[in-house]
Design a protein around this ligand. Structure first.
Ligand code: HEM
Ligand code: HEM
Length: 177
C-alpha cells in the first residue's frame, strides 16, 4: 500500500543530500564553499517538511505520527519484550526521532548562520554550539539508521526501499494503521 507521498520522499532524500554535503564540506575535501549553501538548503527542507506536516498526505501529518508520552512508553516497553506492533506510518519512537532530527538540523543551520552575522561573528560559544549540534546530529543520524535497520529486520520489510517507492506491505493482524 502507498504510505509515503512524494513530499515525504523528496524532502527526505533532499535532506540527506544537504546534510551530507554540509558535513562533508568541513572535512577538507576542497568543497568548503558548499558548506553554507548546503546548510541553508537543509534549513529550507526542514521548513518545507514542517509545512508538509500540516498539509501533506495522511502519513505525512505530524498529528498522525507524533504520539503522547504514554503511547510512546508503552511502545518502548513492548519493544524490549519484542512484542511491539508494526506501524504503517512512523512508530512512536520513530516519530519523536523525526522531530529530534528536524530540530537538530534547524538548530545547527541557525547557529551556523548566526555565526556569520556581524553581531555574532567570532563568538566562541556560538562556534562551540554549532559544532556541538553538528555532532549531536551525527549521533541522532546513527541512532536513526540503527532504528531503521532494526525495525526492517523485525518486520521483515525493507524500510529504506519504502522511503524510495513509498510502498509498504498492507496492514494486517495487530498492525497499527
Ligand atoms: C543525513 C542523514 C539522514 C537524515 C537527516 C534523515 C532524516 C529523516 C527524517 C526527518 C525522517 C522522517 C521522514 C518524514 O516523515 O518526512 C526520516 C525517515 C526515514 N529515513 Fe532518514 N535520514 C537520514 C538518512 C537516512 C538513510 C541513509 C536512510 C536509509 C538507509 C534513511 C531511511 C529512512 C527511513 C526508512 C525512514 C522512515 C522510517 C519509518 O519507516 O518510520 N534515512 N529520516
Ligand atoms: C545542517 C547544517 C550544518 C551542518 C551539519 C554544519 C556542520 C558544521 C561543522 C561540523 C563545522 C565544524 C568545522 C570545523 O570545526 O572544522 C561547521 C563550521 C562552520 N559552519 Fe556549519 N554546519 C551547518 C550549517 C551551517 C550554515 C547554514 C552556516 C552559515 C550560513 C554555517 C557556517 C559555519 C561556519 C562559519 C563554520 C566555521 C566556524 C569556525 O570558524 O570555527 N554552517 N559547520
Amino acid at each position: 500500500m502507498k504510505v509515503w507521498d512524494h513530499g515525504v520522499r523528496w524532502l527526505h532524500w533532499s535532506l540527506v543530500m544537504a546534510v551530507s554535503i554540509a558535513w562533508l564540506s568541513t572535512l577538507g575535501l576542497g568543497i568548503v564553499s558548499l558548506h553554507e549553501p548546503a546548510g541553508y538548503a537543509a534549513f529550507g527542507v526542514v521548513a518545507a517538511r514542517l509545512l508538509w506536516g500540516f498539509v501533506g498526505g495522511h502519513y505525512a501529518r505530524l498529528s498522525q505520527f507524533v504520539r503522547g508520552p504514554s503511547t510512546t512508553l508503552r511502545y518502548a516497553r513492548a519493544l524490549t519484550h519484542r512484542q511491539e506492533p508494526r506501524y504503517i506510518g512512523h512508530n512512536p519512537l520513530g516519530g519523536w526521532m523525526v522531530l529530534a532530527l528536524l530540530a537538530c538540523v534547524a538548530g545547527t543551520a541557525f547557529t551556523g548562520w548566526l555565526y556569520t552575522t556581524d553581531m555574532f561573528w567570532g563568538m566562541a560559544w556560538l562556534d562551540q554550539t554549532h559544532n556541538f549540534l553538528a555532532w549531536t546530529l551525527l549521533v541522532l543520524i546513527a541512532l536513526h539508521l540503527v532504528g531503521v535497520v532494526l525495525t526492517s529486520t523485525r518486520h521483515r520489510e525493507n524500510l529504506a526501499l519504502a522511503m524510495i517507492s513509498g510502498q509498504k506491505k498492507p496492514a494486517q493482524g495487530n498492525d497499527v494503521a
